[in-house]
Design a protein around this ligand. Structure first.
Ligand SMILES: Cc1cc2nc3c(=O)[nH]c(=O)nc-3n(C[C@H](O)[C@H](O)[C@H](O)COP(=O)(O)O)c2cc1C
Length: 414
């Protein structure tokens, strides 16, 4: 073997686990990208749980597919000729350092995908030091998450306006009392819409155990065992206002009465006036809405279409990102979500001005495929892929991405 042959043989790169899972190299061999996790999740958890994680609004999940296609269409032109260095991808968001410009989007119902899901997500985020947003409709309380993930805990609030926002303000008070530093108000659910795959599986609006559901659970023994360990999914934050012994459907009915509409600008102002930490609005698409939020003193915006779960006619957030960055990027932190499934997507978002990309469904597929180990594996994959993308593009750090030449065919101009 001469020297040239030796150089031509690619070396196996050691894999570093940000989630501190010694099994990462083994998991990586079986699930080398998020799409493998999605396929495994489909077979590994009850059908209703997979449909909940995977389905969008409208015909054939058109909005979800648009989010993916819009990201896929973005091309970044690399620069070569400099030696690659191990690219650092730490970021600072609202005065705190995180390992990567990647975070866990708020989701009601990770515990449907895998019992205890909220806790597994929060634990993995804390280990890897990436932001974790607990949803108002999540399966763990603000107090529980503050104990598990004290350094990375952001709290997402839906509009709970009855009795002059008594419940919403109480949740915010509780979050502040346990040290949460970042509040996220979601603006993009003004009405309830239909997700056909949830309706067809019978879990939209209420959860009734029937023979079909039981048969699905019987085919997913790992999920059933986790159910035995962690208990039935619950709206933990809201449950405390209904009563400790309330049934799941009583809590769901309560949530449907209380969770109504999206925050008005006056209401955003009300929360801004009371919340002392950083405040973000999530679900912005129009640059003028971002402008309005920033004028009210909001520190950050998340450009999002709720991952294609509201209506399929919304544009992909990545296509609005440059316009929002142009509008408010010098005065506020602009972030995005919807459709992010890989480190290349994270890098595309960062290159177009997002300070961080948040990830929803990919984390659910990780949970569905691998249970407790899933969220950490998704984090490890995404950070690894982000670093690889930086190296491949000739970027020595994240900021180098901003000077690349970019083809962005779907970018919306205002
Ligand atoms: C099952 C599920 C539940 C969700 N629940 C919430 C929620 O309670 N609050 C919220 O602001 N967004 C919620 N979202 C939207 C996510 O925060 C995020 O915007 C979206 O998932 C990002 O798109 P992606 O799934 O393509 O990554 C949910 C998304 C999913 C998939």
């Amino acid at each position: 073997m001469d020297d040239r042959t030796a150089i031509a043989v690619p070396q196996e790169k050691p894999l570093f686990s940000y989630s501190r899972n010694p099994r990462y190299p083994a998991l990586h061999r079986h699930y080398p990208s998020v799409d493998y996790l999605r396929r495994r999740a489909r077979r590994h958890i009850p059908h209703f749980a997979f449909e909940y994680s995977d389905g969008g609004s409208g015909q054939a999940d058109a909005g979800i597919k648009r989010n993916w296609a819009a990201l896929d269409a973005i091309e970044l032109v690399p620069r070569y000729g400099l030696l690659p260095t191990p690219p650092p991808c730490e970021v600072e968001l609202f005065g705190h350092k995180y390992s990567a410009p990647i975070g866990v989007a708020p989701m009601g119902g990770p515990s449907i995908i895998w019992p205890g899901g909220d806790v597994h997500l929060a634990r993995a985020a804390q280990r890897a030091r990436i932001p974790y947003m607990l949803s108002t409709a999540g399966g763990a309380t603000v107090e529980e998450i503050a104990a598990i993930a004290p350094d990375v805990f952001w709290f997402q609030l839906y509009r709970l306006a009855n009795n002059d926002h008594a419940l919403g303000l109480d949740l915010v008070r509780r979050a502040a009392a346990v040290g949460c530093r970042t509040l996220v108000l979601t603006l993009d659910v003004p009405v309830r819409t239909t997700r056909p795959r949830e309706v067809a599986t019978g879990i939209a609006g209420a959860f009734n155990v029937n023979p079909a559901i039981l048969a699905q659970i019987a085919r997913a023994p790992g999920w059933a065992m986790a159910l035995g360990k962690y208990g039935v999914p619950r709206f933990a934050n809201l449950r405390s206002y209904v009563g400790a012994n309330a049934s799941l459907n009583e809590v769901i009915a309560f949530a449907q009465r209380e969770l109504r509409g999206a925050f008005t600008w006056d209401e955003v102002q009300k929360y801004r006036d009371r919340w002392k930490g950083s405040m973000i609005v999530k679900g912005i698409l129009h640059p003028q809405d971002a402008e309005k939020a920033v004028a009210l003193g909001v520190d950050g915006v998340i450009v999002s279409n709720h991952g294609g779960r509201q209506i399929e006619a919304l544009p992909a957030p990545i296509d609005l990102l440059p316009a929002v960055v142009r509008q408010v990027g010098e005065r506020a932190t602009v972030m995005m979500d919807s459709g992010v499934r890989s480190g290349s997507d994270v890098v595309r978002a960062y290159a177009l001005g997002a300070a961080a990309a948040f990830v929803g469904k990919a984390f659910l597929w990780g949970l569905g495929a691998l249970g407790e180990e899933g969220p950490g594996h998704v984090i490890d994959l995404l950070i690894e892929e982000t670093q690889a993308a930086l190296g491949q593009l000739g970027a020595h750090n994240l900021d180098d991405l901003r000077s690349l030449t970019i083809r962005h065919p779907g970018a919306l101009q205002f």
